[in-house]
Design a protein around this ligand. Structure first.
Ligand code: GUN
Ligand code: ZN
Length: 433
Protein backbone atom coordinates (compact mmCIF):
# COMPACT_ATOMS: atom_id res chain seq x y z
CA UNK A 1 0.00 0.00 0.00
CA UNK A 2 1.69 3.18 -1.22
CA UNK A 3 -0.94 5.70 -0.17
CA UNK A 4 -0.93 7.07 -3.72
CA UNK A 5 -4.19 7.18 -5.64
CA UNK A 6 -4.82 8.24 -9.21
CA UNK A 7 -8.34 9.34 -10.13
CA UNK A 8 -9.04 9.22 -13.86
CA UNK A 9 -11.82 11.15 -15.59
CA UNK A 10 -12.55 14.52 -17.17
CA UNK A 11 -10.64 16.91 -14.91
CA UNK A 12 -11.97 20.45 -14.42
CA UNK A 13 -9.46 23.09 -13.25
CA UNK A 14 -9.45 26.86 -13.26
CA UNK A 15 -6.46 28.93 -14.38
CA UNK A 16 -8.16 32.25 -13.69
CA UNK A 17 -11.64 33.64 -13.28
CA UNK A 18 -14.15 32.72 -16.00
CA UNK A 19 -15.67 36.15 -15.40
CA UNK A 20 -12.50 37.52 -17.01
CA UNK A 21 -12.21 35.23 -20.03
CA UNK A 22 -13.30 31.89 -21.41
CA UNK A 23 -9.85 30.32 -21.30
CA UNK A 24 -9.86 30.47 -17.50
CA UNK A 25 -11.62 27.11 -17.16
CA UNK A 26 -10.32 23.89 -18.70
CA UNK A 27 -11.76 20.40 -18.78
CA UNK A 28 -9.26 17.75 -19.77
CA UNK A 29 -10.56 14.53 -21.34
CA UNK A 30 -8.57 11.47 -20.23
CA UNK A 31 -7.31 13.58 -17.39
CA UNK A 32 -6.10 12.41 -14.01
CA UNK A 33 -5.33 13.62 -10.52
CA UNK A 34 -2.79 12.00 -8.22
CA UNK A 35 -3.57 12.21 -4.52
CA UNK A 36 -0.99 11.54 -1.86
CA UNK A 37 -0.78 12.40 1.85
CA UNK A 38 -3.89 14.56 1.72
CA UNK A 39 -2.73 16.67 -1.22
CA UNK A 40 -3.17 16.85 -4.95
CA UNK A 41 0.39 16.16 -6.10
CA UNK A 42 -0.17 16.07 -9.86
CA UNK A 43 -2.82 16.93 -12.44
CA UNK A 44 -2.38 15.94 -16.08
CA UNK A 45 -2.98 13.27 -18.70
CA UNK A 46 -4.01 9.85 -17.41
CA UNK A 47 -1.28 7.98 -19.28
CA UNK A 48 1.51 10.20 -18.00
CA UNK A 49 0.31 10.13 -14.39
CA UNK A 50 0.01 6.35 -14.43
CA UNK A 51 3.50 6.01 -15.95
CA UNK A 52 4.94 8.34 -13.30
CA UNK A 53 3.46 6.33 -10.43
CA UNK A 54 3.01 2.72 -11.52
CA UNK A 55 2.54 1.65 -7.89
CA UNK A 56 -0.48 3.91 -7.33
CA UNK A 57 -4.02 2.63 -6.83
CA UNK A 58 -6.09 3.69 -9.88
CA UNK A 59 -9.78 4.59 -9.81
CA UNK A 60 -11.11 5.06 -13.33
CA UNK A 61 -14.19 7.28 -13.43
CA UNK A 62 -14.52 7.12 -17.21
CA UNK A 63 -16.15 10.29 -18.48
CA UNK A 64 -17.28 11.56 -15.10
CA UNK A 65 -16.01 15.03 -14.17
CA UNK A 66 -13.47 15.32 -11.36
CA UNK A 67 -13.13 18.75 -9.78
CA UNK A 68 -12.57 20.49 -6.46
CA UNK A 69 -15.17 19.81 -3.78
CA UNK A 70 -17.81 22.48 -3.38
CA UNK A 71 -17.28 25.30 -0.89
CA UNK A 72 -20.36 26.77 0.78
CA UNK A 73 -19.57 30.30 1.97
CA UNK A 74 -22.49 30.81 4.40
CA UNK A 75 -24.53 28.22 6.29
CA UNK A 76 -26.22 27.74 9.64
CA UNK A 77 -25.64 24.08 10.51
CA UNK A 78 -28.01 24.36 13.52
CA UNK A 79 -30.88 25.01 11.09
CA UNK A 80 -30.50 21.57 9.47
CA UNK A 81 -33.67 20.17 11.04
CA UNK A 82 -35.86 23.17 10.15
CA UNK A 83 -34.84 23.55 6.51
CA UNK A 84 -37.84 24.17 4.23
CA UNK A 85 -40.12 25.69 6.88
CA UNK A 86 -43.16 27.23 5.25
CA UNK A 87 -44.46 30.66 4.64
CA UNK A 88 -42.60 33.41 6.49
CA UNK A 89 -40.54 36.45 5.80
CA UNK A 90 -37.15 36.89 7.42
CA UNK A 91 -37.87 38.25 10.89
CA UNK A 92 -41.01 36.15 11.29
CA UNK A 93 -39.13 33.08 10.04
CA UNK A 94 -36.35 33.70 12.58
CA UNK A 95 -38.81 34.06 15.46
CA UNK A 96 -41.10 31.20 14.46
CA UNK A 97 -38.70 28.49 13.34
CA UNK A 98 -35.06 29.43 13.80
CA UNK A 99 -34.81 30.74 17.33
CA UNK A 100 -36.85 27.91 18.92
CA UNK A 101 -34.65 25.36 17.13
CA UNK A 102 -31.44 27.15 18.10
CA UNK A 103 -32.39 27.07 21.79
CA UNK A 104 -31.93 23.29 21.66
CA UNK A 105 -28.18 23.60 21.07
CA UNK A 106 -27.42 24.26 24.73
CA UNK A 107 -27.71 20.46 24.90
CA UNK A 108 -24.30 19.21 23.76
CA UNK A 109 -25.69 15.81 22.72
CA UNK A 110 -28.22 17.44 20.42
CA UNK A 111 -25.54 19.72 18.97
CA UNK A 112 -23.35 16.68 18.24
CA UNK A 113 -26.24 14.81 16.64
CA UNK A 114 -27.08 17.69 14.27
CA UNK A 115 -23.43 18.49 13.49
CA UNK A 116 -22.90 14.86 12.40
CA UNK A 117 -26.13 14.82 10.43
CA UNK A 118 -25.26 18.09 8.71
CA UNK A 119 -21.75 16.95 7.74
CA UNK A 120 -23.12 13.62 6.45
CA UNK A 121 -25.72 15.38 4.33
CA UNK A 122 -23.33 17.94 2.92
CA UNK A 123 -20.67 15.30 2.13
CA UNK A 124 -23.32 13.39 0.19
CA UNK A 125 -23.85 16.59 -1.81
CA UNK A 126 -20.15 17.05 -2.52
CA UNK A 127 -19.68 20.01 -0.17
CA UNK A 128 -16.24 19.64 1.37
CA UNK A 129 -15.83 23.01 3.13
CA UNK A 130 -18.34 25.41 4.60
CA UNK A 131 -18.40 28.54 6.73
CA UNK A 132 -21.03 28.01 9.41
CA UNK A 133 -22.79 30.01 12.05
CA UNK A 134 -23.29 28.01 15.21
CA UNK A 135 -25.68 29.10 18.00
CA UNK A 136 -24.92 31.29 21.01
CA UNK A 137 -23.90 28.17 22.94
CA UNK A 138 -20.18 27.35 23.00
CA UNK A 139 -21.24 23.67 22.99
CA UNK A 140 -22.61 24.13 19.48
CA UNK A 141 -19.19 25.32 18.30
CA UNK A 142 -17.36 22.52 20.09
CA UNK A 143 -19.70 19.98 18.50
CA UNK A 144 -19.16 21.31 14.99
CA UNK A 145 -15.39 21.67 15.15
CA UNK A 146 -14.99 18.27 16.84
CA UNK A 147 -17.07 16.56 14.15
CA UNK A 148 -15.17 18.26 11.32
CA UNK A 149 -11.81 17.53 12.94
CA UNK A 150 -12.66 13.84 13.25
CA UNK A 151 -13.45 13.81 9.51
CA UNK A 152 -10.26 15.67 8.58
CA UNK A 153 -12.42 18.39 7.08
CA UNK A 154 -11.58 22.05 6.47
CA UNK A 155 -14.35 24.20 7.96
CA UNK A 156 -14.80 27.70 9.30
CA UNK A 157 -17.29 28.38 12.09
CA UNK A 158 -18.04 30.65 15.00
CA UNK A 159 -20.30 31.21 17.97
CA UNK A 160 -23.29 33.34 16.97
CA UNK A 161 -23.52 36.40 19.23
CA UNK A 162 -26.83 38.08 20.15
CA UNK A 163 -27.60 40.26 23.16
CA UNK A 164 -30.98 41.71 22.18
CA UNK A 165 -34.09 41.12 20.05
CA UNK A 166 -33.87 37.39 20.60
CA UNK A 167 -35.47 35.07 23.19
CA UNK A 168 -33.95 35.27 26.67
CA UNK A 169 -32.39 31.78 26.37
CA UNK A 170 -30.60 32.85 23.19
CA UNK A 171 -29.02 36.02 24.52
CA UNK A 172 -25.47 36.49 25.67
CA UNK A 173 -23.96 39.85 26.67
CA UNK A 174 -21.27 42.06 25.17
CA UNK A 175 -18.77 40.70 27.69
CA UNK A 176 -19.74 37.02 27.50
CA UNK A 177 -19.82 37.15 23.69
CA UNK A 178 -16.28 38.53 23.74
CA UNK A 179 -15.07 36.05 26.39
CA UNK A 180 -16.70 32.96 24.87
CA UNK A 181 -15.62 33.84 21.32
CA UNK A 182 -12.06 34.48 22.50
CA UNK A 183 -11.88 31.17 24.35
CA UNK A 184 -13.27 29.32 21.34
CA UNK A 185 -10.96 30.92 18.80
CA UNK A 186 -7.98 30.32 21.08
CA UNK A 187 -8.99 26.67 21.32
CA UNK A 188 -9.82 26.04 17.64
CA UNK A 189 -8.47 28.62 15.18
CA UNK A 190 -5.68 27.12 13.06
CA UNK A 191 -5.97 23.70 14.69
CA UNK A 192 -5.77 21.02 11.97
CA UNK A 193 -8.01 22.27 9.16
CA UNK A 194 -10.26 24.46 11.32
CA UNK A 195 -10.69 28.22 11.22
CA UNK A 196 -12.64 30.60 13.43
CA UNK A 197 -15.04 33.31 12.28
CA UNK A 198 -16.11 35.95 14.80
CA UNK A 199 -19.90 35.93 14.36
CA UNK A 200 -22.23 38.77 15.36
CA UNK A 201 -25.51 37.47 13.86
CA UNK A 202 -26.60 40.86 12.47
CA UNK A 203 -27.03 44.44 13.62
CA UNK A 204 -30.59 44.01 15.04
CA UNK A 205 -29.58 41.29 17.50
CA UNK A 206 -26.46 43.00 18.83
CA UNK A 207 -26.24 46.12 20.96
CA UNK A 208 -23.66 48.71 19.93
CA UNK A 209 -21.62 47.54 22.95
CA UNK A 210 -21.60 43.96 21.69
CA UNK A 211 -20.61 45.00 18.17
CA UNK A 212 -17.76 47.06 19.63
CA UNK A 213 -16.58 44.20 21.80
CA UNK A 214 -16.50 41.86 18.80
CA UNK A 215 -14.79 44.51 16.67
CA UNK A 216 -12.11 44.76 19.38
CA UNK A 217 -11.75 40.98 19.41
CA UNK A 218 -11.27 40.94 15.63
CA UNK A 219 -8.62 43.66 15.92
CA UNK A 220 -6.79 41.45 18.44
CA UNK A 221 -7.10 38.41 16.13
CA UNK A 222 -6.99 39.81 12.59
CA UNK A 223 -6.21 36.43 11.07
CA UNK A 224 -9.69 35.21 12.03
CA UNK A 225 -12.58 35.71 9.68
CA UNK A 226 -15.69 37.69 10.64
CA UNK A 227 -19.14 36.81 9.35
CA UNK A 228 -22.47 38.57 9.61
CA UNK A 229 -25.61 39.41 7.60
CA UNK A 230 -26.08 42.56 5.56
CA UNK A 231 -29.06 44.10 3.72
CA UNK A 232 -31.06 40.93 3.18
CA UNK A 233 -34.67 42.20 3.25
CA UNK A 234 -36.15 45.66 2.91
CA UNK A 235 -38.20 45.35 6.12
CA UNK A 236 -35.02 44.26 7.97
CA UNK A 237 -33.20 47.34 6.64
CA UNK A 238 -36.02 49.60 7.87
CA UNK A 239 -35.74 48.01 11.32
CA UNK A 240 -31.98 48.47 11.33
CA UNK A 241 -32.39 52.16 10.44
CA UNK A 242 -34.64 52.62 13.49
CA UNK A 243 -32.20 50.80 15.78
CA UNK A 244 -29.14 52.72 14.56
CA UNK A 245 -30.53 56.11 13.47
CA UNK A 246 -27.11 57.77 13.44
CA UNK A 247 -25.65 55.29 10.92
CA UNK A 248 -25.21 56.37 7.28
CA UNK A 249 -26.41 52.96 6.13
CA UNK A 250 -26.38 49.30 7.24
CA UNK A 251 -22.71 48.69 6.44
CA UNK A 252 -21.74 51.85 8.31
CA UNK A 253 -22.93 50.20 11.55
CA UNK A 254 -20.42 47.40 11.10
CA UNK A 255 -17.67 49.77 10.03
CA UNK A 256 -18.24 52.08 13.01
CA UNK A 257 -17.81 49.13 15.36
CA UNK A 258 -14.66 47.71 13.77
CA UNK A 259 -16.50 45.02 11.84
CA UNK A 260 -15.57 45.91 8.27
CA UNK A 261 -12.48 44.29 6.80
CA UNK A 262 -11.07 42.20 3.98
CA UNK A 263 -11.59 39.05 6.02
CA UNK A 264 -15.26 39.88 6.60
CA UNK A 265 -18.00 37.83 4.89
CA UNK A 266 -21.28 39.67 4.49
CA UNK A 267 -24.19 37.28 3.89
CA UNK A 268 -26.86 38.21 1.31
CA UNK A 269 -25.83 41.84 0.55
CA UNK A 270 -28.80 42.32 -1.75
CA UNK A 271 -30.17 45.82 -1.24
CA UNK A 272 -26.90 47.72 -1.12
CA UNK A 273 -26.61 51.50 -1.42
CA UNK A 274 -23.95 52.81 -3.84
CA UNK A 275 -21.82 53.93 -0.88
CA UNK A 276 -21.97 50.47 0.66
CA UNK A 277 -20.95 48.85 -2.60
CA UNK A 278 -17.99 51.19 -2.92
CA UNK A 279 -16.83 50.60 0.65
CA UNK A 280 -17.10 46.82 0.28
CA UNK A 281 -15.09 46.93 -2.95
CA UNK A 282 -12.44 49.25 -1.47
CA UNK A 283 -12.12 47.01 1.56
CA UNK A 284 -11.92 43.77 -0.43
CA UNK A 285 -14.58 42.25 1.81
CA UNK A 286 -16.52 39.18 0.65
CA UNK A 287 -20.19 38.92 -0.23
CA UNK A 288 -21.94 35.56 0.20
CA UNK A 289 -24.65 35.14 -2.42
CA UNK A 290 -27.42 32.88 -1.10
CA UNK A 291 -29.83 32.46 -4.03
CA UNK A 292 -32.06 29.61 -2.81
CA UNK A 293 -32.55 31.47 0.45
CA UNK A 294 -33.18 34.79 -1.24
CA UNK A 295 -35.99 33.35 -3.34
CA UNK A 296 -37.32 31.06 -0.58
CA UNK A 297 -37.61 33.82 2.06
CA UNK A 298 -38.54 36.34 -0.63
CA UNK A 299 -35.56 38.62 0.02
CA UNK A 300 -34.63 39.86 -3.46
CA UNK A 301 -32.33 39.46 -6.43
CA UNK A 302 -28.57 39.76 -5.85
CA UNK A 303 -26.83 41.90 -8.46
CA UNK A 304 -24.19 39.37 -9.52
CA UNK A 305 -23.22 41.01 -12.82
CA UNK A 306 -22.95 44.51 -11.36
CA UNK A 307 -21.04 43.42 -8.26
CA UNK A 308 -18.59 41.22 -10.18
CA UNK A 309 -18.03 44.05 -12.69
CA UNK A 310 -17.16 46.24 -9.72
CA UNK A 311 -14.48 43.74 -8.67
CA UNK A 312 -16.26 42.51 -5.54
CA UNK A 313 -15.15 39.28 -3.90
CA UNK A 314 -18.22 37.01 -4.25
CA UNK A 315 -18.81 33.51 -2.90
CA UNK A 316 -21.78 31.22 -3.33
CA UNK A 317 -23.76 29.86 -0.41
CA UNK A 318 -26.72 27.68 0.49
CA UNK A 319 -27.63 29.59 3.67
CA UNK A 320 -28.92 26.33 5.16
CA UNK A 321 -31.69 26.38 6.52
CA UNK A 322 -32.98 29.72 5.11
CA UNK A 323 -31.89 28.21 1.82
CA UNK A 324 -33.97 25.28 0.66
CA UNK A 325 -31.21 22.80 -0.21
CA UNK A 326 -27.88 21.44 1.02
CA UNK A 327 -26.80 21.06 -2.61
CA UNK A 328 -24.43 23.44 -4.35
CA UNK A 329 -25.84 22.17 -7.65
CA UNK A 330 -29.28 23.44 -6.60
CA UNK A 331 -27.61 26.63 -5.36
CA UNK A 332 -25.87 27.17 -8.71
CA UNK A 333 -29.18 26.60 -10.50
CA UNK A 334 -30.82 29.24 -8.32
CA UNK A 335 -27.92 31.63 -8.95
CA UNK A 336 -28.45 31.12 -12.66
CA UNK A 337 -32.17 31.85 -12.36
CA UNK A 338 -31.68 34.92 -10.17
CA UNK A 339 -29.15 36.30 -12.65
CA UNK A 340 -31.58 35.60 -15.50
CA UNK A 341 -34.23 37.63 -13.69
CA UNK A 342 -31.69 40.48 -13.69
CA UNK A 343 -31.07 40.04 -17.42
CA UNK A 344 -27.80 38.15 -17.30
CA UNK A 345 -26.98 34.50 -18.13
CA UNK A 346 -24.17 33.03 -16.05
CA UNK A 347 -22.02 30.53 -17.92
CA UNK A 348 -21.68 27.06 -16.34
CA UNK A 349 -17.96 27.71 -15.86
CA UNK A 350 -18.83 30.87 -13.91
CA UNK A 351 -21.33 28.98 -11.74
CA UNK A 352 -18.84 26.21 -10.98
CA UNK A 353 -16.12 28.78 -10.27
CA UNK A 354 -18.40 30.60 -7.81
CA UNK A 355 -19.16 27.32 -5.99
CA UNK A 356 -15.47 26.47 -5.63
CA UNK A 357 -12.77 29.12 -6.20
CA UNK A 358 -15.17 32.02 -5.58
CA UNK A 359 -16.27 30.73 -2.19
CA UNK A 360 -12.71 29.69 -1.29
CA UNK A 361 -11.57 33.26 -2.09
CA UNK A 362 -14.38 34.62 0.07
CA UNK A 363 -12.97 32.56 2.95
CA UNK A 364 -9.34 33.45 2.09
CA UNK A 365 -8.65 29.75 1.57
CA UNK A 366 -8.08 29.73 -2.19
CA UNK A 367 -4.39 28.93 -1.74
CA UNK A 368 -5.48 25.62 -0.17
CA UNK A 369 -8.84 24.52 -1.56
CA UNK A 370 -11.41 25.19 -4.28
CA UNK A 371 -9.41 24.15 -7.34
CA UNK A 372 -8.08 20.86 -8.71
CA UNK A 373 -4.48 21.95 -9.11
CA UNK A 374 -1.23 20.44 -7.84
CA UNK A 375 -0.36 21.60 -4.33
CA UNK A 376 -3.92 22.08 -3.13
CA UNK A 377 -5.52 19.91 -0.48
CA UNK A 378 -7.25 16.85 -1.91
CA UNK A 379 -10.89 17.82 -1.46
CA UNK A 380 -12.56 16.51 -4.59
CA UNK A 381 -15.96 15.73 -6.04
CA UNK A 382 -16.72 13.42 -8.94
CA UNK A 383 -19.81 14.32 -10.96
CA UNK A 384 -21.87 11.79 -12.89
CA UNK A 385 -23.25 13.74 -15.85
CA UNK A 386 -25.97 11.14 -16.48
CA UNK A 387 -27.30 10.68 -12.94
CA UNK A 388 -31.00 10.48 -13.88
CA UNK A 389 -32.73 9.49 -17.11
CA UNK A 390 -33.82 13.09 -17.70
CA UNK A 391 -30.28 14.42 -17.28
CA UNK A 392 -28.75 11.54 -19.28
CA UNK A 393 -30.93 12.18 -22.32
CA UNK A 394 -30.09 15.88 -22.23
CA UNK A 395 -26.37 15.22 -21.77
CA UNK A 396 -26.44 12.95 -24.82
CA UNK A 397 -27.50 15.92 -26.93
CA UNK A 398 -24.87 18.24 -25.43
CA UNK A 399 -22.61 19.92 -27.97
CA UNK A 400 -19.74 20.27 -25.52
CA UNK A 401 -18.76 19.60 -21.92
CA UNK A 402 -20.24 22.88 -20.68
CA UNK A 403 -23.67 22.02 -22.05
CA UNK A 404 -23.44 18.62 -20.41
CA UNK A 405 -22.37 20.17 -17.09
CA UNK A 406 -25.17 22.72 -17.33
CA UNK A 407 -27.81 19.95 -17.45
CA UNK A 408 -26.43 18.55 -14.20
CA UNK A 409 -26.25 22.01 -12.64
CA UNK A 410 -29.88 22.74 -13.51
CA UNK A 411 -31.39 19.32 -12.80
CA UNK A 412 -28.90 17.47 -10.60
CA UNK A 413 -28.86 16.64 -6.90
CA UNK A 414 -26.94 14.25 -4.65
CA UNK A 415 -27.47 11.44 -7.18
CA UNK A 416 -24.98 13.27 -9.42
CA UNK A 417 -22.29 13.05 -6.73
CA UNK A 418 -20.46 9.84 -7.63
CA UNK A 419 -17.55 10.18 -5.25
CA UNK A 420 -16.18 12.63 -2.70
CA UNK A 421 -12.69 13.00 -1.24
CA UNK A 422 -11.97 15.04 1.86
CA UNK A 423 -8.37 15.70 2.84
CA UNK A 424 -7.14 12.90 0.59
CA UNK A 425 -9.59 10.34 1.99
CA UNK A 426 -12.50 8.87 0.12
CA UNK A 427 -15.83 9.43 1.90
CA UNK A 428 -17.07 5.86 2.24
CA UNK A 429 -20.70 6.81 2.68
CA UNK A 430 -20.76 8.65 -0.64
CA UNK A 431 -18.75 6.54 -3.04
CA UNK A 432 -20.74 5.22 -5.99
CA UNK A 433 -17.53 4.45 -7.89
N1 GUN B 1 -30.36 37.19 9.37
C1 GUN B 1 -30.04 37.00 10.67
N2 GUN B 1 -30.03 35.71 11.01
C2 GUN B 1 -30.35 35.03 9.89
C3 GUN B 1 -30.51 33.63 9.60
O1 GUN B 1 -30.35 32.75 10.44
N3 GUN B 1 -30.84 33.34 8.31
C4 GUN B 1 -31.01 34.28 7.35
N4 GUN B 1 -31.33 33.92 6.12
N5 GUN B 1 -30.89 35.59 7.61
C5 GUN B 1 -30.56 35.95 8.87
ZN1 ZN C 1 -27.44 33.36 7.21
Amino acid sequence: MTGKTILIGQVLSFHGSPFEGEAAAAVRLDGAIRVEAGRIVAVGGADRLKADAPDARVIDHGNRVIMAGFVDAHVHYPQTAIIASWGKRLIDWLNTYTFPEETRFGDADYAREIAARYLDLTAAHGVTTMCSYCTIHPASVEAFFSAAQARGQRVVAGKTCMDRNAPEELRDTAQSAYDDSKALLTRWHGVDRLGYAITPRFAPTSSPEQLSALGALWAEHPDCLMQTHLSEQVDEIEWVRGLYPEARDYLDIYETHGLLGARGIYGHSIHLEPRERDRLAETGAALAHCPTSNTFIGSGLFDMAGLIAQGQRVGLASDTGGGSSFSMLRTMAAAYEVAQLRGHALHPAQLLWLATVGSARALHLDHLIGNAVAGNEADLVVLDLASTPAIAQRAERAGDIWEALFATIMMGDDRAIADVWIGGKQCGAVSRA
